[in-house]
Design a protein around this ligand. Structure first.
Ligand SMILES: Cc1cc2nc3c(=O)[nH]c(=O)nc-3n(C[C@H](O)[C@H](O)[C@H](O)COP(=O)(O)OP(=O)(O)OC[C@H]3O[C@@H](n4cnc5c(N)ncnc54)[C@H](O)[C@@H]3O)c2cc1C
Length: 312
């Protein structure tokens, strides 16, 4: 099918893009990589009055490291993230998650901002943002807001962004030196969305103790679920096989997944257990407990509280 008729705008700046969103009063859509939006337009599941194309706003595509953080412009292509030395060094979990996003041609067009704004519950980036304790910077006619992952995702394909607001930046604290990490998922074919995915990060101490752990799901609910009670088992009991198994069993109890044409709720719950154990085992093999550390020595609490700047 072809999309319904729409007006097309290609602003050169963020201010111009926001002015266009305001002008259409909620009836315009931002176009980033188009990998999710264009199929929706073609099936006429989305019929915006106008598209505001961000591909000619070069100021939105960058990866910068500063003060223990990595900042990414919303229009940074997934492929640029996959091959960035800064991301591999500071945020290896994000690099690994990116290799699981669709196929190379999709990652060549798709952007991190588009994926987060689309908020597919099975997508890797919302889970990675949550696991890494990151924040997003949102701009609109009323000013700028900084939101933690938990303040951005609201439900299935739904965020707290207003129709006249846009994501401009993603801020991620660098992972602690020596942290173990893994992103495990199961999908029917390589490149498909995950049926369930698990992001795991562990920060170790000598003697098998776990200083902090982060476990977050994809596809096991309408948005990423942080498995705090499972993380606590590791922080209390360490990183032995028994503790990993106990954390994985607890993880399965903490999710309330949907049944759909791809899998039943029971299957997804069981996958949550299996993939949590698998992700933790792989993360532990990567853990460098002897690392002297040059960066932070524990995981950032949760991306912190969001801030609102400008007029409310
Ligand atoms: C065959 C196929 C397989 C795929 N497999 C996967 C997969 O395994 N994992 C995965 O995560 N993704 C997958 N995707 C989706 C892909 O990652 C998309 O790139 C991503 O979801 C959307 O990014 P985009 O830049 O293409 O955004 P677009 O499609 O352009 O936009 C998506 C939505 O976000 C909005 N938007 C875009 N940018 C902004 C912004 N800066 N501020 C606010 N709103 C904005 C748009 O208005 C639209 O509503 C797949 C896609 C295809 C076609």
């Amino acid at each position: 099918m072809k999309p319904a008729r729409f007006a097309y705008h290609a602003p050169a700046s963020v201010d111009e893009a926001i002015a266009l969103l305001a002008r259409y009063g909620g009836e315009a859509k931002l176009l980033a990589g188009g990998q999710s939006l264009v199929p929706l337009l073609n099936f006429r599941l989305s019929r915006p009055a106008a598209l505001v194309d961000l591909n000619r706003v070069p100021a939105l595509a960058y990866i910068r490291e500063d003060d223990g953080h990595v900042r990414l412009g919303a229009m940074t292509r997934q492929r640029a993230i996959e091959f960035s030395p800064v991301i591999r060094r500071r945020l290896p979990l994000l690099a690994e998650a990116t290799t699981l996003v669709g196929h190379l041609p999709i990652r060549s067009r798709g952007t991190i901002g588009g994926s987060l704004a689309h908020a597919d519950p099975a997508a890797e980036y919302p889970t990675a943002l949550t696991a890494l304790g990151g924040q997003v910077v949102v701009r609109g006619p009323r000013g700028e807001r900084t939101l933690a992952a938990g303040e951005l995702f609201q439900g299935y394909l739904t965020t707290t962004l207003a129709a006249d607001e846009m994501l401009v930046e993603i801020r991620l604290p660098a992972m602690p030196d020596g942290a173990g990490f893994a992103f495990e998922e199961l999908s029917r074919r390589h490149g498909d969305f995950a049926i369930v995915g698990i992001a795991a990060i562990v920060v170790g101490h000598r003697g098998g103790r776990c200083a902090s752990a982060r476990l977050v799901t994809a596809g096991a609910g309408p948005m990423p679920v942080r498995l705090r009670a499972a993380e606590e088992i590791l922080e209390r009991e360490g990183l032995s096989d028994a503790a990993v198994e106990a954390a994985a069993r607890r993880a399965a109890e903490l999710v309330d997944p949907p049944s759909d044409i791809h899998a039943s709720a029971d299957y997804r719950r069981n996958l949550t257990r299996v993939l949590t154990a698998r992700a933790l085992r792989r993360a532990i093999t990567r853990l460098d407990t002897l690392s002297p550390g040059g960066g932070p020595d524990t995981l950032s609490p949760s991306g912190g509280e969001g801030r609102v700047r400008g007029r409310p």
